[in-house]
Write a protein that binds this ligand. Structure first.
Ligand SMILES: [Zn+2]
Length: 55
């Protein structure tokens, strides 16, 4: 059900929230996205692309 594409979508959404809301955006990402993200056995797709600003 979950794959790399889903992981990428979630990583991008988290990054967008971080950019839009800073700490508040991170809080939303941690609450809403993190539980889903943890079910996907794929490392951060943005780190892999060198675009990650969170790790
Ligand atoms: Zn990352």
């Amino acid at each position: 059900m979950f794959g790399r594409k889903a992981a990428e979508t979630l990583d991008n959404a988290a990054a967008a929230l971080h950019k839009a809301g800073g700490k508040a955006g991170d809080a939303v990402a941690n609450t809403v996205l993190a539980p889903v993200r943890r079910q996907i056995d794929t490392s951060c797709t943005r780190c892999a692309k060198g675009k990650c600003k969170q790790h």
